[in-house]
Design a protein around this ligand. Structure first.
Ligand code: SAM
Ligand code: DTB
Ligand code: SF4
Length: 341
């Protein structure tokens, strides 16, 4: 069904059924809607599934930084680029748990641990599993991002109580080889399938602002929105520029309105997924972030560092939430879904 007034061939907003058969033409027509229409639709869908005044706050910690074997053209942590980043070894379990406690005290509901690995070594997984169990024992949701996994490693992470595995597809299938050559998007999709088969929820999204076209951004969302079921969590990052990386100098910052359109499209294509406004908030105005929340974003990273780059100070985010009347908590919809699973 299509609408007739000023909305061209965009599919109608009615109907709360989840779809995994979105076409490129449908996604493009939604993206191109007049901005007020797009935001109205995205906000309507958002309200059907979530409380629009609640935004999840997750905190990130880099548990193993730099020296990574992959050549991701955007990343400060690849050993292939001269970014000036100091590599470190895997942090100890106690140190990680004290940082998780600090994140909890700061109001975070989810604690995400990231490691600069192509894939984890089995011996490193013992320590990571202890970190996961410790984070869960504090009453926080646990998420890790460790690179590609074997099914056996997925089983071990699941047994430790892992809630989410973050593994981004980063960009469109067509643009992927321009950004990474040491793995393929199919490698990424294989790990996502193993994680899902192991009963762990998926956190997967990508980056905007690496020189890709609008069509690439939409194609990236289509890869996610045609997974059945949709990923439970979808982080959208605006590229945090890193000197010394191949992407540096090749890309302009995306137009803020174009970024908001993409958030709205993610909300429309994946109505029940948590959409996280991830990296890049340091460079966003309060007004742009407010538009992103209006478009359906309902999660952010809090704390002044992401993995290796900056993020707004906690106080600044608290002030923004107060101005907007937004409450930091796990989105109610996600709780409902977790209980139903
Ligand atoms: N090595 C693991 C992997 O690649 O899955 C985990 C860590 S990696 C840093 C996690 C994600 O961070 C990447 O997939 C990418 O989407 C995002 N990322 C990395 N550098 C970024 C940057 N400079 N700006 C925005 N997002 C970035
Ligand atoms: C995601 O999509 N964004 C986070 C998390 N998943 C692991 C990482 C952002 C990293 C930004 C660059 C940095 O701090 O190194
Ligand atoms: Fe390594 Fe992940 Fe950075 Fe790629 S994005 S270089 S896999 S840490």
């Amino acid at each position: 069904m299509t609408t007739s007034t000023g909305t061209g061939t965009a599919p109608a907003a009615e109907g709360s059924q989840l779809r995994s058969d979105w076409t490129e033409a449908e996604a493009r027509a939604l993206y191109d809607l007049p901005f007020p229409e797009l935001l109205f639709r995205a906000q309507s869908v958002h309200r059907r599934h979530f409380d629009p005044t609640t935004v999840e706050t997750a905190t990130l910690l880099s548990i193993k930084t730099g020296g990574c074997a992959e050549d991701c053209g955007y990343c400060s942590q690849s050993a292939h680029h001269e970014t000036g980043l100091k590599a470190t070894k895997l942090m100890g379990v106690e140190e990680v748990l004290s940082q998780a406690q600090a994140a909890k005290d700061g109001g975070a509901t989810r604690f995400c641990m990231g490691a600069a690995w192509r894939s984890p070594k089995d011996r490193d997984l013992d320590a990571v599993c202890a970190m996961i169990s410790g984070v869960k024992a504090m009453g926080l949701e646990a998420c890790v991002t460790l690179g590609m996994l074997t099914p056996d490693q997925v089983t071990r992470l699941g047994a430790a109580g892992l809630d989410y595995y973050n593994h981004n597809i980063d960009t469109s299938p067509a643009f992927y080889p321009e950004i990474v050559t040491t793995r393929t998007m199919d490698d990424r999709l294989d790990t996502l399938a193993s994680v899902r088969a192991g009963g762990i929820r998926l956190c997967t999204g990508g980056i905007v602002g690496m020189g890709e076209t609008v069509d690439d951004r939409i194609a990236m969302l289509l890869v996610l929105a045609t997974l059945d079921p949709h990923p439970e969590s979808v982080p959208l990052n605006m590229w945090n520029a890193i000197e010394g990386t191949p992407v540096m100098g090749k890309a302009d910052k995306p137009d803020p309105i174009a970024f908001v359109r993409l958030i709205a499209l993610a909300r429309l294509l994946m109505p029940q997924s948590i959409v996280r406004l991830s990296a890049g908030r340091d460079a966003m105005s309060d007004e742009m972030q407010a538009l992103c929340f209006l478009a359906g974003a309902n999660s952010i990273f809090t704390g002044d560092v992401l993995l290796t780059t900056g993020n707004p100070e906690r106080d600044k985010d608290a002030a923004l939430f107060a101005r907007l009347g937004i409450r930091a908590a796990a989105p109610a919809g996600s709780e409902m879904r977790s209980a139903a699973e």
